[in-house]
Design a protein around this ligand. Sequence first.
Ligand code: ADP
Ligand code: ZN
Length: 733
Amino acid sequence: MMPSHPEAILRAVFGYEQFKPLQREVIQNVLKKRDTLVIMPTGGGKSLCYQIPALIFPGLTVVVSPLIALMKDQVEQLRQIGIPAVFLNSSLSPHEYQENMAQVRNGEIKLLYVAPETLLTPRLFNLLESLPLDCLTIDEAHCISEWGHDFRPEYRQLVAARERFPQAVCLASTATATPRVRQDIKSTLRFETSNEFIASFNRSNLLIEVQPKTDPTVQTLRFLERFQNQSGIVYCFARKQVEELAENLSRLEFSARPYHAGLEDKERKANQEAFLHDDIQIVVATIAFGMGINKPNVRFVLHFDLPKSIESYYQEIGRAGRDGLPAQCLLLYNYGDAKKLQYFIDQKEGTERQVAFEHLKALRKYAESDVCRRVPLLAYFGERYITHNCGMCDNCLAEEKKQVEITIQAQKFLSCALRSGEKFGAGHIADILLGAENPKILKFDHQNLSTYSIGKDLSRKQWLHIGDQLLQKGYLERTEHGSLRLTPEARQALKERQPILGVLLEERQPATLIGRQITGAYDEQLFEILRSRRKQLADDARLPPYVIFSDRTLIEMATAYPTTPQRLRSIFGMSEHKLKRYGQIFLEVMQAYCQEHQIEPPLPSLEKTKNAATTPGKKPRFIEVGERYNRGLSVEKIMLEYNVRRETVINHLTLYLLEGNSLTNTDGLPKSTLSLHHQENVLAEFKRHGAKYLNPIFDALQGTIDYSELSIICLYFLVGSQAEDTLPDGFPP
Ligand code: ADP
Ligand code: ZN
C-alpha cells in the first residue's frame, strides 16, 4: 500500500529522511494544483518535486524531457523503487512503443516520460484525452527560451498541450536561473497562478579551485592520482586535445575514454555508457558531454581549458557531487588560454562577438579573483553570497591558513637553532626536530640535544616553511654562510613567550581534505566489497550501478555495518522496495564480513552521529525512546519529535526490549495487519528462532511476510516473553 502523505512517501518509497530545501513547498504547491516554476541547481532534487505528487494524484503525470538518455535512466530508477513508470520516445521499437502505450491506456502507469515532439503527436493527445491527467511536468524548461543556453523550438509548442489539458497542473523545472529565462518560461506556458520557487545555487559540497596552468598534463596527472577508483570528467576546449589527453591517460593506465561530437555515434554512446556503468572512471570530453548525465557519484570535474562562460562553467562543475557528497572542481587557467579564446571571439561578429567577449571578461575576473569563489559565481545568478569563509574554495582555504597561531612551532624551531649553536641552516634544524639519524646529526652529537625529535608532528616541508616565515618576520637572520641566527626580537619573543602568528603549510592538498571527509569514517574494504557486489547486480540487470544503490548508501552501510533488516532499513536511500529486492543480498555480504573480521555492529542509535546520540553522557537513543514511550508519548509523536520513520521507532523499541527493559503500555504499539492465524504462525517462528535476527524468520516463512510486519510482531513477541510466555493484552485482535 502506498502511503499518502509526502513525508511518508519520502521515507517509505524513496528511503530518505528529510526533504531538501524547497521540495516540501513545491510539492504542496503542486498538490494544490497551482502552476509552479522550480529553479534548482543540478542535484537540488527537482525530480522528487513531481514524483511525489504523481504518487498522490489519482491520475497520470506526464513528464516532458528533451533528453532521451535521461528518460530511460529516470524510468529505471523509478522501477527500482516500485513505481510504475514508462517512457515513449523514438528510441523504442514499434513493439515496445505499443506495449508502453497499452500500459498507459490501462491506467497501470503513474508517470509517463515523453519527448516534446512525442507529446505533440495526435496519437498521444488521443491517448491522454481518454485518461485522467493530473500533472504536466516540463523538465529542462529553459529549452523554451531563446535566451537560454539550449533553445528547442518544439518546446514552444508545448502550450498546445496546456490548452488541451487544462485540468492538469503544470510544473516547469530548470537549473537555469537568469531572470530573463524565467520570465520567458512563465509567459510561454501561460502560467496564471504562477508560483516560483528558486533554490540557492550554492553547491556547498563542491570544493572549487583555480590553479595557474603551468604544466597542464602534469597537473592533470597529479590531480587524477588523488581519485583512485572514482568517477570524474575532464573538460577540454578542442576535440584534438580530448583525443590526445584521453590517449595519454590510457597509456598511463588511467581508465579513461574520449567524448566529443566528432566521434562516431556508436563510439560516443559506448563511452558514455561505460562511464555511467562504472566500467571506466574518466571521461575526457568537450562541452558536448554532460547534458542528461544523471550520474550522482561524479567526484571531480577538471577544466583543462577555460570554459566558455561562467554559466557553462557552473553547469559543468555542477555535474560533480550530485549525491551531496564532497566533490572537487579544478580549473587550470592562464593568460595564454584567455588570449586564445579572445582570438576565436575576434572571428565573430556583432552582438555574438560582444556577448562572447563579456562572457570571457566575467570568467577571467572569476579566475583571477582572490575572494571566495562562490561570491562571483553566485552573483552571476543574481544571488548574493555572504559568508565569512566558505571553507570549500581555494581562496577561503588559503585565507584560513593565515589564521593559525604558530607560537609553539616557532619556539621549537628557534630554540633548536639556538641549542645547535646558530651554525646550521633550516634543513639541518628540521632534521634535528624530526629526530633524523643522518651522519651530520651523529657527527655533531645532535641526537643528544633536548630539541632532538620534538617536532615529529610536522613534516620536513612544514618545518622548512616555518623557518622561512621566521626569517621573513625578522626572528631569524641568515649569515653569509647560510646558517640561521636568532635576532634580538627572537630572544625576546622566547623569553616573553610572545604569541607568533603565521601559516601552517597544509601538508595535504584540498583534494585530500575531500578524501578525508568522504573516507575518514567508513570501512573502505567493506565498501569495495559492497561496490563490486553492486556492480555484479547492475551488470546482470544491465543498469548503471547507482540505480541499484547510491555510493552514499554503500558508504553508510560500510559505516554502520547493518546486519539485520531493521538496521538496514534506516540506511540512507533504503526504500522498502529495495530492501525487499536487495536487502538479503547485501545483508549476507555484511554478515560474512563482520564475522570474518569479528566486527560487532554498532547499535543503530550510534550509527548516525547527526542524531547526536553519541554525545558523551547522553543516553543511547533507543533508551530515550523507550523511556519516553513508557511515559506516555505515542509512536506518532516520537516520529515527529525525532523526525524518524515508524520503522525506526519500532527499531528503538525493539532494542529497548532486547536490552531487558519492559514496555508498560502495549496498547500504543503499532498493530499488525495480518490475520490472527498468520500472526500466530509468525509468533511460533519467533519462539523457535528468537528475536535477535529477523532473516531466519523471514526465510522460515518463505518470504511471505515482509520485514515491516515481522518487526511489528517481533515487538509483541518480546513484550510477550517478558510476561512469561503469555500473549500480552495488547496483542492485536
Ligand atoms: P536534479 O534533477 O535537480 O538535478 P535529482 O532530482 O536528480 O536532481 O536529485 C539529485 C539526487 O538527490 C538524486 O540522487 C536524488 O535521489 C537525491 N535526492 C533527491 N531528494 C532527496 C532528499 N530529500 N534526500 C536525499 N536525497 C535526495
Ligand atoms: Zn570560499
